[in-house]
Design a protein around this ligand. Structure first.
Ligand code: UTP
Length: 274
């Protein structure tokens, strides 16, 4: 299959860096200006031509399902008033997509969350978006750039960006050989390495295209760094058997899983909205 039709959003994490805000509100529902992080991610998927949205949720995350649904009472209340326009964008998202959900019962890491999504994805290549990495582009969105690449290379692709060497311990870090200006054939991948052990300063951010054989690999992947099942460990295995590419994307990325990144994103989008 040559086209990416489905996008998986792992959204079951605890979001401990945002406590107490995330005690009862999912991290993915925190708004940058008036829009929740997850809605930005779904809009990026729509821009890339993807309309089948699969979300891995967990306990205390029901606000996500309610957000991508109609609120009859609210809509009835504001019908015919100027306030209707506030809901226009989310209504458009709901009309364009189908949403399906599954729950991760135990939060055993991103790799495990992706494996939990298998039931919603099946045997086809798919995109993964971590909504707390908020991306913005003047031209094509990051997912659009990656789906175009997938059509050419037909293999798993991770988005990477250069980070300061002292920050490698926050990311999965790749190494490999450049096959195009912005494209690396991956031959090594380490989760959150100490700067002194990092194989490069190219860090994986929250956008992936994965081929479905990743599910079988994830099933066999043992807990790694932090006792969690890591997608980087599974991708390294996939890289050994075939091909995994790392793509230096064009555009801005904000780490909205951290308070600093969230504030930076808020300031950026506020300025842009004026
Ligand atoms: P993070 O590493 O940011 O973890 O997860 P977290 O739990 O959300 O946040 P902190 O570190 O406690 O503040 C990256 C992405 O993977 C998802 C999260 O929801 C987030 O989108 N995730 C992580 C899961 O869905 N399940 C997990 O078990 C772990």
């Amino acid at each position: 299959m040559s086209k990416i039709n489905k996008c998986l959003f792992p959204a079951a994490g605890y979001g401990t860096r945002f406590l107490p805000a995330t005690k009862a509100i999912p991290k993915e529902m925190l708004p940058v200006l008036t829009k929740p992080l997850l809605q930005y991610g779904v809009e990026e998927a729509i821009e890339a031509g993807i309309h089948t949205i699969a979300i891995v949720t967990g306990r205390g995350k029901r606000a996500i399902e309610d957000h991508f649904d109609i609120s009859y009472e609210l809509e009835n209340q504001i019908q015919g008033t100027a306030k209707e326009e506030y809901l226009a964008q989310i209504r458009d998202v709901i009309n364009k997509c189908t949403f399906s959900y599954t729950r991760q019962i135990e939060m055993k890491g991103l790799g495990h969350a992706i494996l939990t999504g298998e039931t919603l994805i099946g045997q086809e290549p798919f995109a993964v978006v971590l909504a707390d990495d908020l991306c913005d582009n003047e031209r094509d969105g990051v997912l659009m750039q990656m789906t175009k690449l997938y059509e050419k290379y037909r293999c798993s692709i991770v988005a990477v960006e250069e980070v300061p060497k002292e920050e490698t311990n926050k990311y999965g870090v790749i190494a490999g050989d450049f096959i195009e200006d912005n494209l690396v054939r991956v031959n090594n991948m380490v989760e959150k390495p100490d700067p002194k052990d990092a194989p490069s300063n190219l860090a994986i951010i929250g956008r992936y295209i994965l081929t479905p054989d990743i599910f079988d690999i994830l099933r066999l992947t043992k807990p790694g760094k932090g006792g969690e099942i890591q997608i980087t460990d599974a991708l390294l295995e996939q890289a050994k058997n075939g091909k995994v590419l790392a793509y230096k994307f064009e555009g801005k990325r904000f780490d909205c899983g951290s308070v600093d990144g969230f504030v930076e994103a808020t300031n950026y989008f506020y300025k842009k909205s004026k």
